[in-house]
Design a protein around this ligand. Structure first.
Ligand code: AHR
Length: 505
């Protein structure tokens, strides 16, 4: 948690960090990924058989090596909008017998050469856990139950045996399952009303938990600020022993929300992720409200928020059906750093956050047939994933604020947008970490940093211009490493992310 005092522009900013004041544990799953059958994410991204850069599974080794550096705990699959017409059985078994199908989310052809077993293998090689999303469009409950049985079944049953026949003896033990994706969206095959969705989600959840009570089921929310969120939470967060739940465990474990932020102007762009912070606060309130109104006993596990699609994305600039290949700038990297500050600050509520997406599609990592490029947004993700783990600790910042337009517009009335955006952590290794994003495009701030003991390692992400990009053949944005003796003020350069790290315990 970071508290804030607004001060006049001419005053010296002060940041106080209190590493001993632990606020909440950071779930490592806030650094989760997402791979969808969309554009070049799977085909030509993570899976590229025949390319000399790929291994014998057809997995791109350079992509795997890069993603290993991000230490990604969970990856969501196979979509996204793609899920709404996906039949998982098309993607298992001998590859030469798998059908090609028209794909209705992004209007391509799905060859099904990459499916469940390939994804599980890829997760194993990467060292990550799978998170699967059910088809709530054209899919049936029977198909969903069969998929869980295929992945997790241990008995002598049809789909568990099919998995064995396809070469995998042991169950995959997939824990995380989403009850559909963006089922509220008009772009969705089989868009639903909130009433229809809530009814169906509960009926599916009941059957799925009868099959496997250990599943973590994720309800499909909207953006955290919609009546859809209120209604679905109200209908679905019921006491474990309610009439609908034949099991002793709650049917719903997490509520999913999605948000993409963007603006062509730097300051609205950089501050836009603060809308997500407010959305998380609202969703957290709605979770409590549903539990209060439904009489859920306080000792029943409180659902957490699964922010399973987030990023900077302008779908007009980078259209989905064209592969959504964004070319990110330094401004976008600072926005991503603020997104990550939000997840760290809100670690009590957010138990998973999946950057959308992990390769090529609105991604920090791009491929060609010859190699990879790390976009500007790679670097904040890399630094946060490496260092901003452990506990969120108390921090306070006093500084001036950006007073101009915001995107979305409602953000301006909802909260302050400080020049310095801050989060702080204490790692298991006893190191304190302070992330400071100076969004100002013209002004460096000389600030007092309280709480640093001895010197600090310093990691800085910046460039000459907020429009700097890594997509024009040179890496204009990366990380500069240095040290600070911890004495006197610290200068936070204009348009930069600074991560200070010191031994606290
Ligand atoms: O991540 C790209 C798309 O954005 C996803 O498929 C969908 O869920 C969202 O609208």
């Amino acid at each position: 948690m970071t508290t804030f005092t607004k001060q006049a522009e001419h005053e010296t900013p002060v940041i106080s960090v209190h590493p001993t004041r632990r606020i909440s544990k950071i779930n490592p799953n806030i650094y989760a990924g997402f791979t969808e059958h969309m554009g070049r994410c799977i085909y030509g991204g993570i899976y590229d058989p025949g390319n000399p850069l790929s291994d014998s599974n057809g997995f791109r080794k350079d992509v795997l090596d890069a993603l290993k550096d991000l230490n990604i705990p969970v990856v969501r699959y196979p979509g996204g909008n793609f899920c709404a017409t996906y039949h998982w059985l098309d993607g298992v078994g001998p590859k030469d017998q798998r059908p090609s199908r028209p794909e209705l989310a992004w209007l391509g052809t799905e060859t099904n050469q990459f499916g469940t077993d390939e994804f599980m293998k890829w997760c194993e090689v990467l060292g990550t856990e799978p998170y699967l999303c059910f088809n709530f469009g054209t899919g049936t409950l029977d198909e969903a139950l069969a998929w869980v049985e295929y992945c997790n079944g241990t008995g002598n049953t049809y789909y568990a045996n099919l998995r064995r026949k396809n070469g995998r003896q042991e169950p995959y033990n997939v824990k995380y399952w989403a009850l559909g994706n963006e089922t509220w969206g008009p772009w969705q095959v089989e868009q639903m009303t909130k009433e229809a969705y809530a009814h169906k989600a509960m009926q599916w959840a009941k059957a799925l938990k009868l099959l496997d009570p250990s599943l973590i089921l994720i309800l499909c929310g909207q953006d955290g600020t919609a009546s859809w969120d209120y209604y679905t939470l109200k209908q679905c967060l019921l006491p474990a022993h309610s009439a609908l739940s034949t099991s002793a465990v709650p049917l719903i474990d997490m509520h999913s929300i999605h948000l993409y932020t963007c603006s062509n102007d730097h300051l609205p762009n950089a501050t836009a992720p603060l809308a997500a912070e407010r959305a998380i606060e609202i969703t957290s309130g709605l979770i409590d409200l549903a539990r209060i109104e439904n009489g859920v006993p306080p000792n029943q596990l409180r659902p957490t928020i699964c922010f399973d699609e987030w990023n900077v994305w302008d779908p007009i600039r980078a259209e989905g059906s064209q592969g959504a290949e964004e070319s990110y700038t330094l401004s976008d990297a600072l926005a991503v750093a603020i997104w990550l500050n939000v997840f760290v600050r809100k670690s009590r509520d957010v138990a998973m956050a999946c950057i959308a997406q992990s390769v090529n599609v609105i991604s920090p990592l791009m491929t060609t047939t010859e190699g990879i490029t790390k976009q500007t947004t790679w670097w904040p993700l890399y630094l946060f994933s490496k260092y901003m783990r452990g506990w969120t600790v108390a921090a306070h910042v006093s500084c001036g604020v950006y007073e101009g337009e915001t995107s979305p517009a409602w953000l301006r009335g909802a909260r302050d947008t400080p020049w310095l955006d801050v989060s702080a952590t204490l790692g298991e290794d006893g190191y304190a970490n302070l992330a400071v994003v100076n969004i100002h495009d013209e002004k460096s701030f000389e600030g007092v940093v309280e709480g640093v003991v001895g010197g600090a390692e310093v990691f800085t992400v910046t460039a000459g211009d907020v429009m700097a990009t890594n997509m024009k053949g040179t890496e204009e944005v990366s990380v500069q490493e240095s040290t600070w003796d911890g004495k006197g003020p610290y200068v936070f350069p204009k348009h930069s992310l600074t991560l200070l790290r010191w031994k606290a315990e």
